[in-house]
Design a protein around this ligand. Structure first.
Ligand code: PEP
Length: 251
């Protein structure tokens, strides 16, 4: 089994104008040949320009969502094929902000992941419990349900990445203990192997997301079955994201 290539993924959310592309230039200058995969998911308006900025560099571009349909009367939405044409290699799906703000169900996330993979994108599928669910000791049950409902029928290391993002840790400065991260990542690995076979289960990269920053990245990357991070706020500044990349390269 080939070792899983680590992945540092940045989610800019609804942040970033053309001036912010200078952060991408600075990131590429700091990591001319990164020792891990690096992905930036800017708002849709910047995707094409960011992809052009990264042309010839290992840094990949991604979308933050796509529609499950290939085209049609879906005002304001973007298809997977459109993201691909704009230069995306990945798309984040089922982020907790999409699930909360747009009422996305597991079934919708699954339909989007199928569309993304069919179009040639790798799907970064997010799962994670709310604080109330953790406090009522339902975390693993919720993760199992989200995995069962959101993942496509077939997965591989090239087509799917799973991001464990506890909702209460996103943008809050709070993080689970390292033991809690290990428990969930080991559980996700076991669920993937159980549901999709050991080869596929072993090949899929598992990212931790939720208040990852330069000061806690190294200890999180040392946790079992953590293959990288999905980073929100700290991906907006090249200096912060660069420090996280460096920590991942060293892990
Ligand atoms: C995210 O939005 O996916 C995220 C993890 O955000 P932050 O790093 O800011 O907590």
């Amino acid at each position: 089994m080939a070792p899983r290539r680590k992945l540092a993924a940045g989610n800019w959310k609804m942040n970033g104008l053309s001036a912010n592309l200078s952060e991408v230039e600075a990131l590429m200058a700091a990591h001319p040949a990164p020792g891990c995969d690096v992905l930036l998911c800017p708002p849709a308006t910047l995707l094409h320009r960011l992809a052009q900025t990264c042309a010839g560099h290992a840094l990949a571009a991604g979308g933050q969502d796509c529609h499950a349909a290939g085209n049609g009367a879906h005002t304001g939405d973007t298809s997977a094929e459109m993201l691909l044409e704009a230069g995306a290699a990945y798309v984040i799906l089922g982020h907790s902000e999409r699930r909360a703000d747009h009422g996305e169900s597991n079934a919708e996330v699954r339909a989007k992941s199928v569309a993304a993979i069919e179009a040639g994108l790798a799907a970064v599928i997010c799962v994670g419990e709310t604080l109330a669910e953790r406090e009522s000791t339902r975390t693993l049950e919720v993760i199992r349900e989200q995995l069962a409902g959101s993942l496509p029928g077939q997965i591989s290391g090239d087509t799917v990445v799973v991001a464990y993002e506890p909702v209460w840790a996103i943008g809050s400065g709070l993080t689970p203990t390292l033991e809690q991260i290990a428990e969930v990542h080991d559980f996700i690995r076991a669920e993937l192997s159980r549901g999709f076979g050991e080869d596929a289960g072993d090949a899929v990269r598992l990212l931790y997301g939720g208040s990852v920053k330069p000061s806690n990245a190294s200890e999180i990357f040392a946790v079992s079955n953590v293959d990288g991070a999905l980073v929100g706020g700290a991906s907006l500044k090249a200096a912060d994201f660069s420090a996280i990349i460096t920590a991942l390269e060293a892990a």
